[in-house]
Structure formats: C-alpha cells, structure tokens
Write a protein that binds this ligand. Structure first.
Ligand SMILES: NC(=O)c1ccc[n+]([C@@H]2O[C@H](COP(=O)([O-])OP(=O)(O)OC[C@H]3O[C@@H](n4cnc5c(N)ncnc54)[C@H](OP(=O)(O)O)[C@@H]3O)[C@@H](O)[C@H]2O)c1
Length: 277
C-alpha cells in the first residue's frame, strides 16, 4: 500500500494515476470530506486526514510500504508539518518515504523553497529510508494563460521576457515519483526533474502560435505594488520576482535517467492541450 498526501490536488492526483496505472494499491489522503469521483474512479482508497495533526496519522500510515509526502503549495506549515509526518512514518514502520520538494529548494529568496529545504534537512535525521523528488515548474502552470493566448494572440508573462523556465510535464513528474516509490537502490537520493529545454516567454509564444495556427506574441506584465504580507501571496510574488531576475532552469539528465526516455517537450504538452480544440 502506498499512501499519497494532498491527493486531491493536481500533483497528488497525477501521482495516484501513475501508481494505479502500475496496478499498485493506493491510499489517497485528502483534507476535507466530500465526494472524490476522480480518485475513486482511479481505484484509490480515499481517506480524510489533516496534515497539521500528525498524531491522527497512525491509522492512515498503518500497513503502508511507502509514503509520498506532498505538502499543499505556499503553506507556512510545510517545514514543521512535513518533519512531524516523517516522524509518524518512522513510528508506523513505513518502509520508504518520498518527499515532493522543488528544484533548488536552497533558493531561500522564495520562502516556500526555504521550507522545502528545511524539510529535506529533517529527512536526514528522521530515521526513515528516504528519497527526494525536486521538480521544476510544471508545464501545466501556464495552461489557463495559454488557452487565453490561443484566442487573443497575446501570451502575458509575469516573469518577464528574458529569462527561461525548464517547464516539466506533470505526467513526467508523476512517473518519476512512481519510480522513486517502487524501485530499489535509490535510498538517500535527491532527484531533479526538469523539462528538456529552457523556455523564455517569447519562445513559449512562438510554440503556442505554432500549435494554435496563429501569431502569438509575449507581453511583459510586471506585478504591481509592494510584496504582499500574506504568506501565499508573498511566496507567489517572490517566486515571480526570482524567475524574472534569474529564471528557473535545470538539466533534464536526471529525469531522463529516471524515466528511461527524454522528458516530454512543451510542444508535446501543447499538442494535448490545444490539439483537441
Ligand atoms: N506547480 C508547480 O510547478 C510545482 C513545482 C514543484 C513543486 N511543486 C509543489 O507541489 C506541491 C503540491 O502542489 P499542488 O498544486 O498539487 O497542491 P495544492 O493544490 O496546493 O494542494 C493539494 C491539496 O492539499 C490539500 N490540503 C490543503 N490543506 C490541507 C491540510 N491542512 N490537510 C490536508 N490536506 C490539505 C487540499 O486537499 P482537499 O482537496 O481535500 O482540500 C488540496 O487539494 C506543493 O508543495 C508545490 O510547492 C509545485
């Protein structure tokens, strides 16, 4: 049995899908009660548990061979909460913990990266067998803007026009997660999952234009005002500011080794996203 947290979110559902495609039993943990048709149709056992109440996790983790720990995005409780759950996994005798981190967690100008860095540090002394997955930004992050750009001919970039991101397809991230959850010989390893090419906004506009059959240009939309105070908004803004100054790129070599093939290109993703329409 593999336990996946934050399973109702985009990442969790993608990981559940990749595991169920391998016919593995999955306990999908969600935060709130209510119907979960997507997870149930994948054949997962759906359970409700609050991430910030680790004592309640003994039952959730009972009999689990592995835990895939995803923490919700831009959440101030991540470092302490993830650390507490690593302890619960050890107490429950979970054989393997895989932590869903981020590419370059040490980039502490982004608080949510710093939180993941501290959680990774805690793994070292947690007393469990662990692996870490460090994904770059997902290709899917831009889907809404891309659909809009296909209609309007303008792709708005809030990270400027000069720097690039190595966008990675979430399906590849989930495949890599399934490898870390199931294959031997990877304990204590930290694995980056980046897409195959660094993509600037003008290059993305070119690709969207080719897929949509029209001209698309990139437009620089500079975030206005001071950096917000609330944690999620602050993280989002500091992330965009960091991407604008430094980009967010990585090497596809590790993902290629994990997947046994090159990661999907952004053009592959666009063919799925815009192809049907
Ligand atoms: N987007 C990217 O490009 C990217 C790249 C690298 C890493 N990441 C990381 O991936 C992780 C997952 O992101 P995501 O967008 O998939 O997740 P998300 O949408 O932020 O959250 C996923 C789920 O977490 C559950 N949740 C929220 N608070 C909870 C709580 N207190 N207790 C239990 N469950 C709770 C919610 O479940 P319910 O549905 O039950 O409310 C939600 O559906 C984040 O840590 C993010 O930093 C993202």
């Amino acid at each position: 049995m593999i336990v996946v947290t934050a399973a109702g979110g985009q990442t969790g559902t993608a990981v559940v899908r990749a595991l169920r495609a391998r016919d593995l039993p999955v306990r999908a943990v969600v935060g709130r009660r209510g119907p979960r048709p997507q997870l149930e149709s994948l054949g997962a056992e759906v359970v409700v548990a609050e991430l910030t109440q680790p004592a309640a996790w003994a039952d959730v983790l009972a009999g689990a061979g592995a835990l895939y720990l995803i923490w919700p995005n831009f959440d101030p409780d991540e470092a302490e909460g993830a650390t507490a759950l690593f302890g619960e996994a050890r107490r429950a005798g979970v054989g393997r913990v895989v932590y869903h981190s981020v590419l370059r967690p040490q980039a502490r100008a982004m608080p949510h990266h710093g939180a993941k860095d501290r959680a990774e540090q805690a793994l070292d002394t947690a007393g469990v067998a662990w692996r870490v997955l460090q994904p770059c930004a997902y290709a899917q992050n831009l889907d809404e803007e891309v659909r809009r750009a296909a209609d309007t001919g303008v792709l708005r970039s809030r990270w400027g026009l000069r720097t690039a991101q190595s966008l990675v397809d979430l399906a590849d991230v989930a495949e890599a997660a399934a490898v870390l959850l199931t294959e031997d010989g990877l304990d204590g390893g930290t694995f980056e999952v980046a897409g195959p090419e660094p993509l600037t906004a003008p290059r993305l506009a070119e690709l969207v234009g080719a897929a949509a059959g029209r001209d698309v240009v990139a437009d620089d939309v500079v975030p206005a005002g001071e950096v917000p105070v609330s944690y999620p908004a602050r993280c989002a803004r500091l992330m965009l500011d960091h991407y604008r100054s430094h980009g967010f790129t990585g090497s596809p070599r590790v993902a290629t080794a994990l997947l046994g093939r090159l990661p999907r290109t952004y053009a592959d993703h666009l063919a799925d996203l815009l192809g049907a329409g």
